[in-house]
Design a protein around this ligand. Structure first.
Ligand code: FAD
Length: 427
């Protein structure tokens, strides 16, 4: 049987100890079968268990094998498209519901960390850094927009203030969100898996769902077992392949890459990011970075459309890091890795139900650490018969990516090239 390990990364090298989890080899029965042990799957599992459901989670590889165990670790509020764009596309009533939920994911993470005592180096404070005056104008209107939805832990940073939080000359200003922040992403998801098991949930690793038998009593098949369930939650995101063909046409896996330097030492780390906030810039193809608990710089950026694994990640990301922090020119890179997220045309999540009993949430298109935690709650509410918030997501329109399965990668790359050019020219 396949035994897929974690890809090599700083996170895998510094992961908290986790128990061995068996592959499914029997026929089992449960209330909810969750496919995928990332944040979406485990957040759903936790909310369901807390509400008395029996839950079985199937994971193709290991807990947190996907984006949840490899990401930049940045807790970023709202969605990959902001509430004003949603408002223009779906109208004020639905936008109001979605807007009120846009800051809940970060609160859920903090509640989980506190309730289940998850050791994941949680730090408060995230900065959006503006490279152009136009981006700064946008941050000013974003602050007004977010405040309209009750989100008030925000501070605009002028050029002098942003220098006090990040030692980079590129920025004209920024916005600090104290309810943003950062975590060791793999240790968060491992802690959530332990919490699932502490409530009586079962997680099988190395157990890919290979077929779903639909109908009134659905069955999920793995290579050596079966799960009979009342409900199924599909939470495989960019790693799900074609298990549910209806979902694949309207989304596309994309890769993004991350590097981790050698430990910088307290003094240099404090000079770069004195308050230990995480930072992302405001470009369409954005760079994001933060310090780890042992004072490495974790720096990510770039997108590979179609999710091919690039040959030399360090060669792609190190120049971006040096553009931001030329003072790191002699610093060694200890780790470099890639991971996949799922892009939709609108860059808003794809949420819904197939038949009466198969639920899904996927495709948050970049910013997903907070959204996926919210998604778990919203899916669990829907399974309990309270679907108002679920429907607000499910009613978002989604369209197939132009070019179909064959040409969507070059089409999306062309779109990104255009936006990348706009970033470079400062539009
Ligand atoms: C490199 C990178 C950096 C990122 N940085 C940030 C960031 O800093 N901040 C932020 O907000 N977002 C970030 N994101 C996005 C964020 O990580 C994701 O949106 C989020 O983790 C998605 O969680 P998920 O549970 O939906 O999917 P995943 O974490 O990908 O989990 C899906 C799981 O399902 C499993 N699976 C798939 N198919 C099957 C099957 N058939 N049977 C069983 N199991 C299956 C996979 O093995 C995987 O473990 C980043 C993404 C990447 C790739």
């Amino acid at each position: 049987m396949a035994n897929t390990p974690y890809p090599e990364s700083y996170y895998a090298a510094s992961a908290n100890t986790a128990p061995p989890r068996p592959a499914l080899q029997d026929d089992v029965e449960t209330d909810v079968c969750v496919i995928g042990a990332g944040y979406t799957g485990l957040s759903s599992a936790l909310f369901l268990l807390e509400n008395g459901f029996r839950v079985t989670v199937l994971e193709a590889a290991k807990v947190g094998f996907g984006a949840s165990g490899r990401n930049g670790g940045q807790i970023v509020n709202s969605y990959s498209r902001d509430i004003d764009v949603i408002e223009r596309s779906v109208g004020p009533k639905q936008a109001q519901l979605l807007g009120l939920m846009a800051f809940e994911g970060g609160r859920i993470i903090r509640e989980r960390v506190a309730k289940y005592n998850i050791q994941c180096d949680l730090k408060d404070g995230g900065v959006f850094a503006a490279i152009t005056a136009k981006q700064m104008d946008h941050l000013e209107s974003q602050k007004r927009l977010w405040e309209r939805f009750g989100h008030t832990q925000l501070e605009l940073l002028d050029q002098r203030r942003i220098r006090e939080v990040v030692a980079c000359d590129q920025y004209v200003g920024g916005m600090l969100d104290m309810s943003g922040g950062h975590i060791h992403p793999l240790n968060l998801v491992l802690g959530e898996a332990a919490a699932v098991e502490s409530l009586g949930g079962t997680i099988y690793e190395q157990s890919p769902a290979v077929r779903i038998e639909r109908g009134a009593n659905p069955v999920v098949h793995t290579p050596q077992g079966k799960v009979r369930a009342r409900f199924i939650i599909v939470a495989g995101n960019a790693y799900i392949g074609n298990l549910v063909p209806e979902l694949a046409a309207k989304s596309m896996p994309c890769g993004t890459q991350v590097i981790a330097t050698e430990p910088l030492g307290d003094e240099l780390a404090k000079r770069l990011l004195p308050q230990d906030y995480c930072v992302e810039d405001c470009n369409y193809l954005l760079d994001y970075y933060r310090l780890s608990a042992d004072k490495r710089l974790i720096f990510g950026g770039g997108v590979v459309y179609g999710a091919r694994d690039p040959a030399n990640i360090e060669a792609i990301i190190r120049p971006k890091m040096l553009k931001t922090f030329p003072q790191l020119k002699d610093v060694k890179i200890d780790y470099a890795w890639t991971g996949n997220f799922l892009l939709t045309l609108s860059r808003l999540p794809q949420v819904g139900r197939l038949g009466n009993n198969i639920y899904y949430s996927q495709g948050c298109s970049g910013h997903g650490v907070t959204y996926t935690h919210l998604a778990g709650k919203v899916l669990a509410e829907a399974l309990r018969g309270q679907a108002e918030r679920f429907d607000a997501f499910a009613d978002l329109p989604h369209y197939p990516l132009p070019g179909g399965q064959l040409l969507r990668t070059p089409f999306a790359a062309l779109g990104a090239w255009y936006y990348g050019l706009r970033d470079k020219l400062g539009f």
